[in-house]
Design a binder for this molecule. Structure first.
Ligand code: GLY
Ligand code: MN
Ligand code: MN
Length: 435
């Protein structure tokens, strides 16, 4: 299936789900970083999923009903601007390239939308996502209301279009899975590269630079999120990203880093000893977290519910915390009281896709955890973070470990698409020794 056919199918599927009405899906605005410098542009994930179009100042409009229609509004071709900023498709070429039924200049949006919105029964729009777009759409509706005496009716029902697309985005097609595997491969190679590169005395940002080097040289467009490169005690700060501390022999280094390739995120965490050899205490905790991760991955399979991997990881971790003497009482009691949260305070994963924390509900309409099925993509990322505390002996203090892989649900079970990033104690020590 060509990408264009897949994009057309997605739009068609959404219009079928809408049944009647009109959807308005703008892309993300450009953002100023400071003065006249911009952040690198990133399109809106919903817009991109349905359009495949990467340029800013674009809007997708879908009209459901007996003759469904897809319409793109985008920037005009503009030789002067293209000399400065680069290529722009313009409406005609964008329509051809991505298979829209119609395409117009973004400068015609207000005028065309007033015609398209008139007499539509339902509006599908992400109200509340952007104050500017809320105001623009409200302006169109008010304008139409003022024409009521001419017999024009205004959509009297508004639906959040994201809810409908979330359900579609949850199931990755073979085309998406192929991109996710490539994104995972690049990130896995970067983690292996970092293990080979790291030496005590280096700064965390030197290791971060290895990631960026590997991401860009393999064709990824960006890191998928700000990389966490956390040596020693920094690993116990879950969202640490200052990445400016010197690395000490004897400490662990936790790295949570993934790239974005053609829109799709990878999200991998590895934790390894800076001097290439785990201490006894580090190894004990590492093996516990790894056992929790294997137990969780074993629960990623069709018919299991979303929370089963988390429950499996917790079961292993809590038993470990009791065996270490850090938590007292039975497993059930520790689970019930939440005492384990001293060491494990986050969940074991999230959906993964165009967004690193991807779209999609975790519960069904009845409020039950949703059932996993083929095509879903998620992370599995248990951890253990030990801040200095009276109930833990000193040799464990400041150990922070997380092991995170990206997993696709398959017919039989699952595929760990980040498996190339080494993660057993033996493999890590062997890779680091080979330097
Ligand atoms: N890197 C973000 C996360 O692991 O959820
Ligand atoms: Mn994650
Ligand atoms: Mn992560």
């Amino acid at each position: 299936m060509s990408d264009m056919q897949e994009l057309k199918n997605r739009r068609q599927q959404l219009m079928q789900t809408m049944d009647v009405g009109i959807a308005v899906i703008p892309t993300a605005p450009e953002a100023i970083r400071n003065r006249d410098s911009h952040y690198p542009y990133r399109f809106d994930s919903y817009f991109y999923y349905l359009s495949g179009f990467k340029e800013p100042e674009s809007v997708l409009v879908l009209i459901a009903g007996t003759t469904p229609k897809s319409i793109l509004f985008c920037r005009d071709k503009d030789m002067e601007r293209e000399i400065w900023d680069g290529f722009r498709y313009g409406a005609d070429a964008a329509r051809e390239a991505l298979g829209f039924d119609e395409a117009y200049s973004i400068s015609e949006l207000d005028a065309v939308m007033l015609k398209l919105l008139a007499n539509q029964p339902k509006l599908f729009f992400s109200l509340g996502d952007s104050a500017a777009w809320d105001a623009r759409v409200t302006g169109w509706l008010n304008s139409l209301r003022s024409q009521a005496r001419n017999g024009v009716s205004v959509p009297d029902d508004m639906v959040d279009v994201r809810k409908l697309v979330d359900e579609m985005r949850l199931y990755k097609s073979p085309v998406e899975q192929a991109i996710m595997r490539r994104s995972a491969d690049i990130a896995a190679a970067a983690h292996n590269r970092a293990m080979q590169f790291t030496k005590s005395g280096m700064m965390e940002y030197e290791v971060e630079a290895e990631f960026l080097h590997e991401f860009y040289r393999k064709g990824a467009q960006s890191p998928a999120y700000t990389s966490i490169v956390a040596g020693g005690a920094n690993a116990c700060t879950l969202h640490y990203n200052a990445n400016n501390t010197q690395l000490n022999a004897g400490d662990l280094l936790l790295i949570d880093a993934g790239c974005e390739l053609d829109g799709y995120a990878s999200d991998i965490t590895r934790t390894f000893p800076i001097n290439g050899k785990f201490s006894a205490a580090q190894k004990d905790v590492y093996e516990l977290v790894l056992a929790a991760q294997y137990a969780a991955i074993a629960k990623v399979s069709p018919q299991q519910h979303w929370n089963a991997p988390h429950e499996a990881a917790l079961d292993v971790l809590i038993q470990g915390f009791i065996d270490f003497g850090w938590c007292k009482g039975s497993k059930d009691a520790v689970l019930e009281s939440g005492a384990y949260r001293q060491f494990y305070m986050h969940r074991t994963g999230h959906w993964l896709g165009l967004d690193v924390h991807d779209a999609g509900e975790y519960k069904d309409k009845q409020g039950d955890w949703r059932i996993l099925s083929p095509g879903m993509a998620l992370t599995v990322e248990p951890g253990c973070y030990i801040r200095p505390a009276d109930n833990v002996t000193k040799d464990f203090w400041n150990i922070g470990i997380r092991i995170e892989d990206d997993v696709l649900v398959t017919q039989q079970g699952c595929e760990v698409i980040t498996a190339k990033a080494v993660k057993t104690v033996t493999d890590i020590e062997a890779l680091m020794k080979a330097n």
